[in-house]
Write a protein that binds this ligand. Structure first.
Ligand code: NAD
Ligand code: UD1
Length: 337
């Protein structure tokens, strides 16, 4: 029988790409989103990509009665929980909002799952939970820590999940520590479209490519890295999406909880990303070197062995593919949505 999955935050950047992969893998999927950081038009775009109507409920994960109704109406086999707030800077300004949405939101979902006897959850965690003193490649067993309220909420959520599974051995969880998601769907119909000035590198570069901003601000070129600029582990959002399908397989077919990194296992510098984007958009993008950004570290990339062993997960797309699909999205799909 077709398995039914609830996708919270499914109209957002990672959720929408994961939806496409889940439909392709034969799952029946219901999306719940409050549209606080996404647009209703994504539903139509998902329908265009998948060739089937998108099942969407507009609701807030903080609204318990709406959640109860959602869990009462359908018998879900699993939940993939993307809904949350994710801007590091904003979390410093509004820490309580981050605790409420990210932490209380997760507790609400877990309690509703318990009532409805749903025992599989995939959770969006982040590489930000690794202590900054760790040396890459980062392995899942390394010490954790946080430097801002956003990171704190992700760490607390991981700990809540550990305690919930300890108390209820029936509950199986897939905790996925994303590295730096980038790129867009090959159709150009869905992608990342931040409402404010982007803090992250790839969306900022894309706006320089589109002419919205004049130049890329490179936060420091004096790091102990090959070219002096910061090194990160960028992973194509479609690869990340397939990681969620693998996680579901492990939970539903094998009954195995897991905590894994989802990255490429390879670092790219800011200059690498800028050069790849310049190739993708066909012109050399201007940049200026500025002082280091507070709180940044020199380099960070994943050890991907655990994801390979436990989930059979391997990436297929490189930096050129991330930049080409991002540019295709910015240059076409993002304009008329
Ligand atoms: P996103 O903002 O694009 O998607 C999140 C979605 O959740 C949005 O559509 C938003 O409208 C919805 N949402 C927010 N609050 C909600 C609420 N209270 N009720 C219902 N829906 C709500 O973000 P994303 O980049 O797709 O990230 C998804 C998850 O992955 C988040 O939990 C984020 O913290 C985590 N994550 C993201 C990154 C990244 O770089 N994008 C990295 C690591 C982890
Ligand atoms: C940031 C968040 C992290 C989150 C991750 C999600 C901070 C401090 N950390 O990490 O919590 O999990 O995004 O993807 O915000 N850079 C520039 N110019 C820019 C933007 C970035 O040079 O305009 C550089 C940065 O210094 C860094 C690299 O590009 O070396 C990547 O930055 P970014 O995309 O913000 O990601 P992270 O710093 O890894």
């Amino acid at each position: 029988m077709t398995q039914k999955i609830l996708l919270t935050g499914g109209l957002g950047y990672i959720g929408s790409h994961t939806y496409v992969e889940l439909i392709a893998a034969g799952y029946d999927v219901v999306i719940v989103d409050n549209l606080s950081n996404s647009k209703l038009s994504v539903c139509d775009r998902l329908a265009k990509i998948t060739g089937q109507e998108t099942s969407f409920i507009q609701a807030d994960i903080l609204d318990r009665s709406a959640l109860s109704q959602i869990f009462a109406k359908d018998a879900f086999d699993a939940v993939i929980h993307f809904a949350g707030l994710k801007a590091v800077g904003e979390s410093v300004e509004k820490p309580l909002d981050y605790m409420q949405v990210n932490v209380t939101g997760l507790v609400n979902i877990l309690q509703e799952m318990q009532t409805a006897n749903v025992n599989a959850l995939v959770f969006s965690s982040s590489a930000t939970v690794y202590d900054v003193s760790n040396v890459s490649p980062l392995k899942e067993g390394m010490p954790t820590g946080y430097t801002n309220p956003y990171g704190y909420t992700k760490l607390v959520c991981e700990q809540i999940l550990a305690q919930a599974t300890h108390a209820n051995p029936e509950l199986k969880t897939g905790i996925l520590r994303y590295f730096n998601p980038a790129g867009a769907h090959s159709s150009g119909l869905i992608g990342e479209d931040p409402r404010d000035i982007p803090n992250n590198l790839m969306p900022y570069i894309s706006r320089v490519a589109s002419g919205e901003y004049e130049f890329v601000r490179i936060w420091g070129d004096d790091y102990p890295t090959p070219d002096g600029t910061g090194v990160r582990d960028y992973i194509h959002v479609d690869d990340l999406a397939t990681g969620h399908v693998s996680s579901l397989h492990a939970l539903l077919d094998k009954g195995e909880s897991h905590l894994v990194n989802l990255g490429r296992g390879q670092g790219y510098s800011v200059m690498d990303v800028l050069n790849a984007y310049s190739r993708a958009c066909g012109r050399e993008l201007p940049h200026q070197i500025l002082p280091r950004r507070a709180g940044d570290i020199a380099q960070m990339y994943a050890d991907v062995e655990q994801a390979k062993q436990v989930l059979g997960f391997e990436v297929c797309r490189d930096m050129d593919a991330m930049c080409a699909t991002s540019w295709n999205w910015i240059n076409t799909g993002a304009k008329d949505g």
